[in-house]
Each structure stands twice: as C-alpha cells, then as structure tokens.
Design a protein around this ligand. Sequence first.
Ligand code: AMP
Length: 198
Amino acid sequence: MNIILLGPPGAGKGTQAKKLEDKYGLKQLSTGDMLRAEIAAGTDLGVQAKQIIDRGDLVSDDIIIGMISSRTEQDDCQNGVIFDGFPRTVAQAEALENMLSDKGQRIDAVIELKVDEEALVGRLENRIAEMKAAGQEVRSDDNAETLRHRLATFREQTAPIIPFFADKDMLRTVDGMQAIDAVEAAIDAVIDEAKTAS
Ligand code: AMP
C-alpha cells in the first residue's frame, strides 16, 4: 500500500506518517529528511540543496525524483511507502505514478491535511519554543519568515497537485486542525476505505 500525505509545511504530515509506519508496517519517506541527511553528510547535493531549502524554495524535480526512485527500490520499502513532503509538483506526481506502475503498484490513497495557514505560523512558533526548551537543534528553515515563503511556494507549486489527484478521484481531505488523535482516526478511516477498495 502506498499513501501520499499532502499539506503545507507544519500541517502535521510527519507526525501522522510516523504513526502510520508503526500501524501498517509501511516506510515513511520524507524527502525533506533525505535532503537534510545529505546536508549533514556534506555531499555536493547537500551543499546545493541547503541554499534552496533555507530560502524556502523547491529543490529541482530531477534531483528529487532520482532520490525517491532509488530509495523506493530498497528492501524496507517493499511493503509500501508513506510519502511525506513528496510529490510537491505535478511533474513529481506524474513521475511517481509512472515509477509505481512500472513496478505493478499504484498510489492507494492521497490524503490532504487541510489547515488554516495563519494558525501554522503559531504552531511553528510553539514547535520552535518546545525544541529549544528540550535542547534540540532547530531547523534552519524553521522561522516565521521562511515559513511564509514555504507557504507561498506550497500555494504556487504544490497546490496544483490537489486538483490533479481530485480529478482522478484519488484525493481524500482530512481536517488537520483537529487534535492529533482525531486527525489520526480520520486518516485511519481513509486507509480502511482504500483497503476495502483494493
Ligand atoms: P520538509 O521537511 O518536507 O518541510 O522539506 C524541507 C525543504 O526541503 C522544502 O522547503 C524544500 O526546500 C525541500 N524539499 C523537500 N521535499 C521536496 C520535494 N518533494 N521537492 C522539492 N523540494 C523539496
């Protein structure tokens, strides 16, 4: 089973993806985490990506598609994947569909976490305060100014994948402003529906 979690930065995709990993034996693939690992390892890709990420822009489709394509070949992805932060453009969405269909697989559910953008800035400020209090390192793109740019990037480049999947009747929308447990229950219901359909 392959699931896409879709939503603007700070919508709670990562939190929910972790829960799904444990429950359904799927592998969470976060392209943001993969890029941050490249930065931490000091690779050429990491050096290139850091500037783009810190601005709140998108890394090129070619790089992202290549990264996902080789990662999904690995053993831990064979039960299925929760895509978190990918696809972020229509070109990435089309590439993913082709990649999966080559393997005789498909996207089973696209789950949009719908959130109020203004509330996201407040959520981010809380997250930063919590991380600092816990002595954790705060992401270099986690600040109010970059978040606003990341939100604009989402609206301009990522939001078009919502009608792309809706037109194929693959999109299911969950109210991401609810409490974490309620969001989780709503996602479970979508996955149950997708399982029954498959
Ligand atoms: P995230 O952790 O998903 O919020 O991603 C952090 C940053 O990594 C984004 O703001 C982008 O600069 C970059 N990034 C992550 N995933 C993608 C993707 N699928 N396509 C392009 N850029 C991405």
